[in-house]
Ligand binder design. Structure first.
Ligand SMILES: Nc1ncnc2c1ncn2[C@@H]1O[C@H](COP(=O)(O)OP(=O)(O)OP(=O)(O)O)[C@@H](O)[C@H]1O
Length: 637
């Protein structure tokens, strides 16, 4: 932030560069949704009251003698202003500078890197990022914030003001009451917001779920003046009861959606929700949502996760991550416990038995919700899977208790569909298994193309056996926990010797044994030529079009996993691959006929191309090219 001018009374500061950019984008791309500014201000006012109530648990003096927490919305036609006031926690001078002049949120960099310059696409992204306080500038040419932090004397209030054009001024001021007034001076042409009817309509639509009363002055028709006039008396314009405490049948879908936007700061509707009151050993209410898209900080270790925790309707904390396992970190919503103490801390949450019960119960609810989507709303499940499938896969390792349920929810790409879309469930796979097939086959690789074109798949294609194509980073990790499904072992096509079990007939087996015997001398020569680079050389019948492939020994790490570990900077026990050759292939026959002088080069070439096909980077690619060129030209390397 750059300091541009200072006087004793007021100071002018520059917005952080990102704020300027965000404001500019927002004003242009969210204009068609401009009334949401009110929702955002009311949402902040409600959060500020929640925070005060929480701090007052330990420090009742902050309440300054009591008084009801409430939000007031008013307008002044002559001055062309709208004011949203709360008597919540308030802002200090430092808070105002930090919160109203910068964006200090995880995921910010990711957000800016995804902006395209296309207004519609960017509007969507801004919505996902969360617009908050800055939405005021869509309709206001000037925004003034008067605020006094709870507990601070009246003379130590702060006045923040900006026209949204790059800088703001900040000054000390007097404010008789605790909390914050946000005063918007409307832009030209926005006067239709200066109407009690219009403001009430917006508040009912977007903010009815707010649990505090939202108050406005009553109005009545003045026949003499020929217009609505405001009276001194106020009325509450929302239901003012916490949404999650209401009976399900009294809540409309619209109200559920708006509440989601309030708790999640998402602009978009949620994909699905589950709302339950749990009674018994542990008592709590949960209203949990699955969003439509991933937040910007899904992969950020310091990113926000978790749900809001309330205890007996008192807000305790945002992002209470102990209430759900990490693999459900995309879930948003509220859990309101009747058992936890009001002074519960994050440390206590970690230990608490009540929290464990809540976590187990909430996990089950979310899994049921996802099962319902997968069964009855397949398109929505596909949306869910593409946003959060990779996160859900972490559950295979994290949640042994629910492993079976999680496994059923997984979706993969496979040779059956042949596309990179992850749509095949393990149950689908099992239902298509061949007569005599007793295993679920998969191949892992870094890209879809490498997986789909892997030489290991050739015999499976020939026999019409489906293979799952796994290319997400988390897959190798997942597979170390997900060892079987429905009593069938999951087996890598690139590990161990291939045993297609009951699928090869006797005659085929006999014939293969004869061929294997006949190439024994070649196998021995290859072993000698490639000594040190391979663990073994053997004949395979898994190949059709390729001359050779590499496989990992049964108990060694797969080549793909070795590469991933290496890329992540981890020590991986290095195990050499096994080279398998296709005795029927013309190139293998050509090598068999090679003279002693060129045999070593042919062998190296065969191994290197098998490694390349499998997605490996060669240790010495230049030598490979040189050798290949020499052989192409018919000479020696
Ligand atoms: N009425 C208010 N009283 C006290 N603090 C406020 C008030 N309005 C805003 N703030 C402070 O300013 C911060 C920024 O608000 P803003 O609405 O931009 O973001 P947010 O609410 O944190 O998230 P989002 O942008 O996703 O809505 C808030 O987190 C809060 O600390």
């Amino acid at each position: 932030m750059t300091q541009e001018s200072t006087t004793a009374a007021s100071e002018t500061l520059g917005f952080q560069a990102e704020v300027k950019q965000l404001l500019h984008l927002m004003i242009h791309s969210l204009y068609s949704n401009k009334e949401i500014f009110l929702r955002e201000l009311v949402s902040n006012a409600s959060d500020a009251c929640d925070k005060l109530r929480f701090e007052a648990i330990d420090n009742p003096a902050l309440l300054e003698g009591g008084g009801e927490l409430a939000i007031h919305v008013s307008y002044d036609k002559a001055a062309r202003t709208i004011t949203v006031s709360d008597n919540g926690i308030g802002l200090t001078r430092e808070d105002a500078i930090a919160n109203l002049g910068t964006i200090a949120r995880s995921g910010t960099r990711e957000f800016f890197s995804r902006l395209t310059g296309d207004q519609q696409a960017d509007a969507q992204l801004i919505g996902q990022f969360g617009v908050g306080f800055y939405a005021s500038f869509i309709v206001a040419s000037k925004v003034t914030v008067l605020s006094r932090r709870a507990g601070a004397p009246a003379g130590e209030a702060v006045r923040w003001e900006s026209s949204g054009d790059g800088e703001f001024t900040i000054a000390q001021t007097e404010k008789a009451t605790r909390g914050t007034d946000v005063i918007l001076t409307l832009r030209e042409g926005e006067d239709d917001f200066l109407s009690g009817w219009r403001l009430r309509e917006i508040l009912r639509r977007y903010s009815d779920h707010i649990s505090l009363p939202i108050r406005m002055k009553k109005e009545e028709w003045d026949a003499d003046k020929g217009e609505q006039v405001q009276r001194d008396e106020e009325e509450t314009v929302n239901q003012a009861s916490a949404l999650w405490t209401r009976a399900k049948n009294e809540i409309t879908d619209e109200q559920y959606r708006e509440f989601y936007k309030h708790v999640s700061h998402d602009f978009d509707d949620p994909l699905a929700w589950t709302h339950n009151r749990v009674e018994g050993r542990s008592e709590y209410t949960q209203l949990l949502y699955v969003p439509k898209h991933a937040p910007f900080d899904l992969w950020d270790r310091n990113g926000k996760r978790g749900v809001k925790l309330y205890v007996k309707r008192v807000f305790i904390m945002d992002d209470a991550e102990q209430l759900l396992p990490a693999y459900l970190r995309f879930v948003r919503g509220v859990i309101d416990s009747a058992d936890l103490p009001l002074n519960v801390s994050r440390e206590i949450l970690q230990e608490s038995r009540d929290v464990r019960a809540i976590r187990e119960g909430s996990t089950k609810r979310i899994l049921s919700l996802l099962e319902d989507l997968a069964e009855n709303r397949k398109d929505d499940y596909a949306t869910f899977w593409s946003a959060f499938g990779q996160v859900l896969k972490e559950g295979t390792g994290e949640d042994a208790t629910n492993l079976e349920r999680i496994a059923k929810l997984l979706r993969f790409a496979s040779t059956h569909t042949g596309t990179d879309e992850q749509t095949v469930s393990l149950a689908d796979y099992v239902s298509r298994m061949k007569e005599g097939q007793d295993k679920i086959y998969y191949v892992t690789a870094e890209t879809f193309a490498t997986a789909a074109n892997s030489p290991h798949l050739e015999v499976f294609r020939k026999k019409g056996v489906e293979v799952l194509l796994l290319t997400d980073r988390v897959d190798e990790w997942m597979l170390s926990y997900l060892r079987e499904f429905d009593g069938k072992q999951l087996v890598s096509v690139a590990k161990g010797s291939l045993d297609l079990g009951g699928m090869a007939d006797e005659q085929e087996k006999k014939q293969q044994a004869e061929v294997a015997e006949s190439v024994k001398p070649l196998v021995e020569r290859l072993k000698t030529a490639l000594e040190g680079r391979v663990k073994d050389v053997r004949v395979t019948f898994r190949l059709v079009d390729s001359p050779a492939c590499v496989v990992a020994d049964e108990h060694d790490l797969g080549q793909n996993l070795q590469r991933l570990l290496k890329a992540a900077g981890q020590q991986a026990p290095e195990s050499k691959p096994i080279l398998e050759i296709n005795p029927e292939h013309a190139l293998v026959k050509r090598i068999e006929a090679a003279d002693e002088a060129s045999f070593a080069d042919w062998s190296e070439l065969l191994l290197d191309q098998a490694l390349l096909a499998e997605g490996a980077a060669l240790d010495d690619p230049a030598a490979f090219v040189k050798r290949m060129n020499a052989l192409l030209l018919g000479g020696q390397a």
